[in-house]
Structures are given as structure tokens and as C-alpha cells.
Design a protein around this ligand. Sequence first.
Ligand code: NAD
Length: 372
Amino acid sequence: MEDYPLLKIGIIGSGGIARFIHVPGFQLCSNVEVAVACDSSAETAEATARAFNIPATTTDYREVIANPDIDAVVIATPNNLHQPISLEALAAGKHVLCEKPIGMNAAEAEEMALVARQSGLVHVVSFVYRFVPALRYLKHLVDGGHLGEIRHFRATYLCAVPDIWIGWRNHKELAGSGVLGDLGSHLIDFARHLVGEVDAVSGWVKTLLPQRLVAGTDRYKECTTDDTAAFLAEFRNGVTGVFEVSWHAPGRGGRDTDFQYIELNGSKGTAVYHLQEPFQLRLCPGEPYSKDQLFTVPVPRAFHKWPGSSRDVRADAPNVGFRYDQAFAFIQAIRGLESAHLPDFEDGLAAQLVVDAVLEAASARRWVTVKR
Ligand SMILES: NC(=O)c1ccc[n+]([C@@H]2O[C@H](COP(=O)([O-])OP(=O)(O)OC[C@H]3O[C@@H](n4cnc5c(N)ncnc54)[C@H](O)[C@@H]3O)[C@@H](O)[C@H]2O)c1
């Protein structure tokens, strides 16, 4: 890696996720510099720059995009800005790593995928759980036929958002959808990655808390996005699926302590993945069917990190460190190296089409075919 020319990264949106995964991830890569922290809040940009020794800050993302020294940008703003900033960055020749959900709706995502495809640049959507060692191993087992023919996919993603917490995710004009796009898009990406394309969905989305108390005040604010959702899916290959997501699960953690669970049932066995155990799977090799018999299987070393990554897997908490591989994989792709299974804007669009179909199904109270 030492021989590659220096790549300079601009971070647009220097809040929670930028600090949690993006900046530390890039700072582990050789010959890569996080050159500027941009945030509409000068205070946030400066705090992030101070925390990570980033040499420059700005409150204007257009300054980052116009800077000829910047090779690539990370877009980690609220969802309403993903599309306009991505399109401007691609037009200026910058490689883009955009947070999920890719856009506010499928129409935005469609345009982003089209422009990205035509640009010849690297475009990645931050479906960061593809980098979990157990998920990478599960993909290997599924593709190798070790579970036989997959028949059913079951996924749950829960966390606890305190009732007094209100932010941009609770507002439709800033977020598009709520928990469905926020947590659900990750599960949809898993499903597509492991099983295939979703054909049709039926489900509900709810806002269990339509108003939230603003912390430290006696004021309530309207919440216009969903905070709980569930849906059934039929995949094009005949597999069935059940999905559930919620921000209302006290005791189920938040961020790196989220409850994230996937179970795959195949003709030759079952596999269970749990985010809190990123270095193991629970597997039933098929026989005997009658017993509750799932065996804990450690993930082989070959799947512990992204190919070529020199990251020390013991250096960080097990359910945090894998996230840094996303920055590494993005850099590898820019350098024309290994990029198989790196989720791109097409994957972002495909997940968004399912999100939109679930919203339509919930509102119409019927099955909806996913557009494509
Ligand atoms: N991949 C994941 O697992 C994951 C996890 C968390 C968040 N996210 C996504 O990351 C994005 C950001 O989420 P977050 O939790 O970091 O939110 P956040 O509110 O902590 O950070 C967003 C930042 O964007 C800044 N911002 C707003 N408008 C801007 C503008 N015009 N120019 C520059 N900066 C601007 C805000 O001031 C804020 O600091 C969202 O799309 C979210 O869905 C993804």
C-alpha cells in the first residue's frame, strides 16, 4: 500500500457516524489523509477536526467539492442532503461514500445510481454490516451451498431511542422514512446480499410516539416518521422473509449495542447471526431436525477482516472494529483493487425500492410488487 499516491478525503457531515466509523477508518489506511471536516455547524466541524487532528474545517460542502486536492468525499449528513451532495460531488469527479439510506425515496436513488453508473467513479453506500466477520462467513456458506437451498429469511433490528430524544430522523422532510429506512435498509441489504432480490412485500409502519418531549423543556414536537415497522417479503427465487425493526425496544441497546439478528433456514440446515457475536455463527447442520441443536461455530480467520486490510482485529471492540474496513475497501476500490461485495449506489437504490414498496403496502394495506 505504501507505493500508492496519497488520497485526500473530505468529510461532509462531521457528526455522530463520521466520528464513530468514517474518520477512524480512513485514519487506519496507508497514504490516506482526512483533509477536511465539513459541517453546517462550525462547532461540530471544529470539534471533529480537533478530536482527529484534521487540518481544515468548513461549513460549506461546496468548498470541499470544488477543492481540486480532494479525491473523495464521505456524505454523512441527514438523508435529505445525500442526493444533492452526491450528484454535485460526482459531477466534480469525486469518488463518493454515501451514508444510508441512499436517498429520501426511490426517485432520488434512481437518479443517484444512474449518475454514479455513468461517472466511472467509485460509489459506495454505507451498508457497513456487510463487513461483520460473521456476515462475510455466512455469505460464504450460503454461496457454497452449505445450507442447501435457502427457504426462509428472518431478520430483526432493534434499539432503544429514549422518548425524550428527538432529531432529524423524526422529521419526514429531513429523513424520508424513519426506522424503516434507518435500520430496515440494513436488513434489506442483508437479505438481497444473502438471498436475492425481493419481489413483493406486505407490512405496516407505525409512529408509536407521534410527539416527543424536547429534552430540558416542557415542549412537545411532532414526529412525522415511523418508529416501528414490520413486513413480510416474497423473494423472486421463492424464498420467504420476515422483517421487524423498532426504535422502541428498551434494553436492546443503541449504536454498537443494537440488537441485530438474522436467521436463515435452508434445506440442509439453519444459520443464526447476531451482531453482538461478530466472530461466531450458530449453525445446525440439518440433522437431527427434532432437537433444538444449534452449534456455535467460530468464524475462520480468513473472514476476520477485509482482504488486504492490515487492521489489527484485536485493537478495537469486536462489534466496532469491522466498521473501519469499509473505509479501507473504499480506498482499495479507488486504487482499482479488490472490491467484490462492496455495496454501491445500485445496492442503495435496490434497498430504497423495497423501503418505498413497504411504505406503499402499509398505506394501502395490501401486497405491493417491488419496482425494478
Ligand atoms: N451506516 C450506519 O450504520 C449508520 C449509522 C448511523 C447513521 N448513519 C447515517 O449517517 C447519516 C448521518 O447520521 P448521524 O447519526 O451521524 O447524524 P448526526 O446528526 O450526528 O450528524 C449529521 C451531521 O450533518 C450535519 N449537517 C447538516 N446539514 C449539513 C450541511 N448542509 N452540510 C454539512 N453538514 C451538514 C449536521 O450538523 C450533523 O453534524 C444519516 O444518513 C444516517 O442514516 C448510518
